[in-house]
Design a protein around this ligand. Sequence first.
Ligand code: PEP
Ligand code: MN
Length: 364
Amino acid sequence: MVVVLRADATPTQRAEVARLLTNPGIVETPIPIHSAAGDVYCMPNSAIRPGVRALVAAHPAVERIVPIATPYQLASRTLSPQKTRVRVANAVFGGGEPVIIAGPCSVEDEDQIFEAARFARGAGAQILRGGAFKPRTSPYSFQGLGLDGLMLLARAGAAAGLPIVTEVMEPGLVPAVAKLADVLQIGARNMQNYPLLKAAGRSGRPVLLKRGFAATIEEWLLAAEYVLAEGNPNVILCERGIRAFDPQTRNVLDLACVPLLAELTHLPVIVDPSHATGKRDLVLSMGLAAIAAGADGLIVEMHPRPDEALSDGDQSIDPATLRRLVHQGRVVHTALRESASLPLDDTAAAPFTTPEQLVASADL
Ligand code: PEP
Ligand code: MN
């Protein structure tokens, strides 16, 4: 349940509401939050007894009380039916046009990241990605260049005129990474790292929140809720495949989550067809499928020389494939948008035959 305060509520009125909410009729302490929907208090529906609820609702500083059936509240579409737009420089996630993020899995050296940035820009991508702090499954794999890598990424992005997104793995590093990165990525392995989510929520930067390998949609939205509850409304959800039993692909891309999330939340949703499949040959078709499913954007791994990549080369596309993806992605998006409002041509439909007519016409 969310108690939304009026924007013009005075400090005295706010204090009165706060006092009402400490009433013994309230079982769990409501949390005050500066949210996109205004100043609110969030609490489970069951936390407030009906009598106390009526008192709170009648207070002149209270604009509305929104009962929300799900444990995530600020992320719920019930609270904010309009899609949230997350602006990153000139790109707007949730603004109607899919935003393409592209770049290598890892920043490897100056030449590689500058070249990748040029190719990303040339292909029409709007944001450059590159990992500096890498969450590698094995401690013996390349761990990324750390802050030096982040600096190279920032310089490459600036040279190409592209904002940058990079992963941050530790709460303590959030302020440093937020100084240089336009968007903070929280990786699949850290989706439920609550101190990290809170730190990212306080960073002032948009957060790209990847879905955990085995996270339910509700767990994922509750992870987003941690960022929102810190007063940061700019969360972009990223489906990157979930773990299943078949090793043919690295993960299984849950594309159904894209239209489903459009019903459950107002947050924009993008898709990562690279980590979802683990195979570069599948990235183009799955990227296009994601756009057709209504994704607000894509994040793809592109390397100037994929076979030489220090991480995730198998799933990295080359610059030419990225150009094709950006071009065909626009075509798919435009075709679907324009055809959605066309009247259906009834004359083209097959004439309806009743079962009786079928039996009568059959040569039995
Ligand atoms: C990545 O983007 O390189 C990455 C490690 O992604 P994920 O957290 O989805 O595995
Ligand atoms: Mn990767």
